[in-house]
Design a protein around this ligand. Structure first.
Ligand code: AMP
Length: 210
């Protein structure tokens, strides 16, 4: 099963992708995570991507398509994968079709105002990747990770101005992919304002039916 997850930043794509990948033992391929890791390690990719990410803009297509193409060549992707954060525009979707194939697409729908509230309150653990929300899912001890005890931080692009920019980019460039995949009969829409478990069940049903 090669699955693509679509949805605005903060729609819960990462959380839901993790559930799917744990259940089916297939790799979770998140372009955002790959880029943040490259920035942390100060690789050439990281240096190139940094300013785009911090401004809420897309990293150039040629760069990100190259990253995904290489990642999908790795052995663990041969038995299926879930793409979280790729493709993000039509050019990327067409590129993906040229070197791989997509079996199903799940789009998680969440209104912009809900996204802003979610992302401004999001805190992440830089060590183990756990995420929290200061109001709806706070850590037990203020500012430290329940899983590993590390100090929590806020992603640089989780400020309101950059979130609004990321949402604008999503509406302009990524939303047209809904039509692209609808025409191919691959699109499934899920209400992302529901509880995490309800969304998880809805996605599990989609995967089972496909
Ligand atoms: P995410 O964690 O998916 O919200 O991604 C964080 C940032 O990484 C985005 O705002 C973009 O700057 C960059 N990024 C992630 N995926 C892509 C992609 N497929 N194409 C271009 N830029 C991307």
């Amino acid at each position: 099963m090669n699955l693509v997850m679509l949805g605005p930043p903060g729609s819960g794509k990462g959380t839901q992708t993790k559930f799917i990948c744990d259940e089916h033992t297939i790799p979770h391929i998140s372009t955002g995570d790959i880029l943040r890791d490259a920035i942390k390690k100060e690789t050439a990719l990281g240096l190139e991507a940094k300013s785009y990410i911090e401004n809420g803009e897309l990293v150039p297509d040629a760069v990100i398509v190259g990253v995904i193409k290489e990642r999908l060549k790795q052995a663990d992707a041969g038995g299926g994968f879930v793409l979280d954060g790729f493709p993000r525009n039509l050019m990327q979707a067409e590129a993906l079709d040229s070197f791989s194939h997509v079996d199903s697409v799940v789009e998680i729908e969440v209104p912009d105002d809900v996204i802003v509230e979610r992302l401004t309150g999001r805190r992440v653990c830089p060590e183990c990747g756990s995420t929290y929300h200061i109001k709806s899912d706070p850590p037990k001890n203020e500012n430290s990770c329940d899983q590993c005890g590390s100090k929590l931080s806020q992603r640089k692009d989780d400020n309101e101005e950059t979130i609004r920019r990321r949402l604008a980019v999503y509406h302009e460039q990524t939303e047209p992919l809904k039509q692209y995949y609808k025409e191919k009969g691959l699109l499934h829409e899920v209400d992302g304002t529901k509880g995490i478990e309800e969304i998880q069940n809805a996605i599990a049903d989609i995967i089972e039916e496909d």
